[in-house]
Structure formats: structure tokens, C-alpha cells
Design a protein around this ligand. Sequence first.
Ligand SMILES: [Zn+2]
Length: 297
Amino acid sequence: MSMEINPNMLVRGTAADGQVMFFSLDSTQLVEEARRKHNLSPLSTVVLGRLLTAAALAGQELKGDKDVLTMILKGSGPAGTVLVTANSKSQVKGYIDNTNLETKSREDGHFDVAWAVGPEEGTLTVIRDLGLREPYVGRVELISGEIAEDIAYYYAVSQQTPSVVSLGVLIDTDGSVKHAGGFMLQVLPNTPEETIAALEQLVGGFPPVTFLLEEGFSAAELMDLLLNRLGFEITTQTAAEYHCDCSKDRMERKLMTIGRADLQSIVDDDQEQVELVCNFCNTAYSFTKDEIREMIK
Ligand SMILES: [Zn+2]
């Protein structure tokens, strides 16, 4: 590999003579950032962290400056709604309704993400806003609730793209994020059966991402380990980060959407000011009654 490996880089490239596209990311820092901003419990961190990692990977298809990909996971479990967005600069943000999920483990010791999400009657909605008049909206039922399988299912059904998705978040004993990461492979149309079979075999025997990150592998080295037998090449690297672009202006526009009557009731209320908190980063913005009177005008 000619490119220098940066641990926070999202790497993308191709394998098997361009028939397979791959995206791989060590998302430890950005998931830890999400955990701190939202003060998440361990299981809440794992659920949101997996979806944030998936959005960063899937967001690699975005090209325009204003393109945004949104993933909304809505199951019947205690996690509630989990929403994440990614842009073409590999900036992600998100939130989970239940920031304080209790720890529940499966028999194998892993966090029980499917329990938290609740695949029964659940959906994964993916909105791709590419700056056109209408965004593309695709929705699938949840098939597992473990998130990676659900996202692969979305690509198979909604995009007709056979995909492999692997996601993992490992929590340290102090509750912080020890490792997080994931990869996504997409098989291009007209790929020969033998390539797909070889890929399935490689993926089938591949260890969990967090295990390999724990062993010291970088995102690029993960792909080397998985795909070197097929021949692979890294084409680009981008720094991925947790980034919220909220501002008082944006909050003001949001506040104005509630309508004149509701704004008036705020002014008539006893409180001296109202506070709006950003869903994505918990920054609080306060507005005085004078500012709200100005908005009503
Ligand atoms: Zn924010």
C-alpha cells in the first residue's frame, strides 16, 4: 500500500478487478464523541454507535456539498427511534431516544442490540437528499435488529446491490468506547458467481471488527486481511468525524415553524426565556421574549 495509514480515516477502494467496492472505518473517536455529547449508557452507545458507523460508510456515495444521507431506525424495543445523518465530508451526527438503555447481554456475552432495537414491526428508513426536488426515500422492515444485517438487507432490496455490512462497538470498563468500527462491501452488477462465492467464503470466516481493532488492525488493514486474496486497492481516504452544524440561526428557523399561535403562547407564558436544545449535540440555545416577539412580526 502506498498511502500512509491514518487511524481515523475512512478508507474506500475496490477489490477483484473493480467488481467489489469496499468502505472501512475505525469509528472509535466519533462514537466516543457521540457518547459524551449525549451522555449515553453502554448499550445506548452501542446502538447509536453502530448506526453512526453505518451512516459514515453509506455516506461515501454522496458527492455534492449539500447531499445528506439520513438513516432512521424505528423498532418496537426500548431504544426508541435512532436517527443519524452523514454528509459527503464524512461528518456524521445522530441521536437515540433512549440514552439510558439498561445493559442486557446475549448468551455469548455481547450486548443484546436486537432486544434494544426490537425488530418486530420495525423499519429502517434511508433518505438520500441529493439536492434534487425530491429526496430518495427507501424503507425496509427490520430482519434482525442487529443493524448491520438490516442495512445489508436495505441495500439488497431497495438498491438491488448485494452488500456485506459488519459493525461493532466495544465498551471499556469505565463505560467509554474502547473500539468501534465497521466495513461495507458492495458487489457491482454482473459480477461473476465465482467472485461472489469467494467473497462469501472470506466474509463467512472473518472475525468481528471489534476483535480485530482490539488486536491493533487499522481500517485499511482490515480490508487487507479480508480481501488481499482477491486483489484490492485503496483509492481514497477521508477523515470521519462527529460534527453538528447547529447554530442559533438554525434554531430560530426551527422555532418559527411552530407557528404564530404557539410563539404567542410562549410570550404570554411566565418564563423569561425559552430554551431549545439541539437533538444532535445537546447545545442549548435560549431565546428571550423580545426575540420571540420579533419572530412573530
Ligand atoms: Zn447541534
